[in-house]
Design a protein around this ligand. Structure first.
Ligand SMILES: CC(C)(COP(=O)(O)OP(=O)(O)OC[C@H]1O[C@@H](n2cnc3c(N)ncnc32)[C@H](O)[C@@H]1OP(=O)(O)O)[C@@H](O)C(=O)NCCC(=O)NCCS
Length: 140
C-alpha cells in the first residue's frame, strides 16, 4: 500500500473537483478551474493532495495571507475515512505552514457540516465561539 502526499498540480483539478463534490463540500465561484489554478500558483507548497496506490483520495488547500494560515477543502474520499488520512494531510499542511513561520491556522466549518468539529478537535483544533464571520463579494 503506497500513500503519497504531494503538492497539487493544475492537472489534478478534475479529480479534486470530483472529490469535493463526492464529499458534499459547499462549492462556489472560487472553485472553478481558473480560480483553483490561481490558488495553487499562489500557494504552491500548501495546496496538497493525498494519493493511495496512485488514486487521488484526499485534498487540502492552504493559503498564507502573511498573518494566518487559512485552510479550505480538507476532504478524504468516503471509502477511506477514519484511517488517519485526514490527520496526515492536515499535519503535512501544518508542517508547511510552520516552515513559513505561520503562527496560527484558521478555517471555517459550514453550519450544515457541524459533525466534523469532533474530528478537528481530535487533531488539536479549537472551536471559536467568540467569532462571527463576515464577508463581502467583490466579483460574482
Ligand atoms: C473530515 C474528514 C477530512 C476526516 O478525515 P478522516 O481521514 O476520516 O480523519 P482521520 O481518520 O484522520 O481522523 C482523525 C481522528 O478524528 C476522528 N474522526 C474522524 N472523523 C470523525 C467524525 N466524523 N466524527 C468524530 N470523529 C471523527 C477519527 O476517529 C480519528 O480519531 P483518533 O485519533 O481518536 O483515532 C473526512 O471526514 C471528510 O472528508 N469529510 C467530508 C469533507 C469535509 O467535511 N471536510 C471538512 C470541511 S470543513
Amino acid at each position: 500500500m503506497e500513500i503519497i502526499v504531494r503538492t497539487m498540480e493544475a492537472t489534478d483539478y478534475q479529480a479534486v473537483y470530483q472529490l469535493w463534490q463526492d464529499c458534499n463540500l459547499v462549492l462556489g465561484t472560487s472553485d472553478t478551474e481558473d480560480e483553483i489554478v490561481k490558488f495553487i500558483n499562489q500557494n504552491p507548497q500548501t495546496s496538497l493532495v493525498l494519493l493511495k496506490n496512485k488514486q487521488l483520495i484526499g485534498s487540502v488547500l492552504g493559503g498564507f495571507d502573511g498573518r494566518r494560515g487559512l485552510v479550505h477543502h480538507l476532504a478524504i474520499s468516503e471509502n477511506y475515512r477514519k484511517a488517519g488520512y485526514g490527520r496526515l494531510l492536515f499535519e503535512k499542511l501544518e508542517d508547511e505552514f510552520t516552515k513559513m513561520g505561520v503562527v496560527k491556522i484558521s478555517f471555517w466549518v459550514h453550519k450544515s457540516n457541524l459533525q466534523v468539529i469532533d474530528f478537528y478537535q481530535k487533531i488539536g483544533c479549537e472551536l471559536r465561539e467568540d467569532i462571527i464571520t463576515m464577508s463581502k463579494t467583490l466579483r460574482e
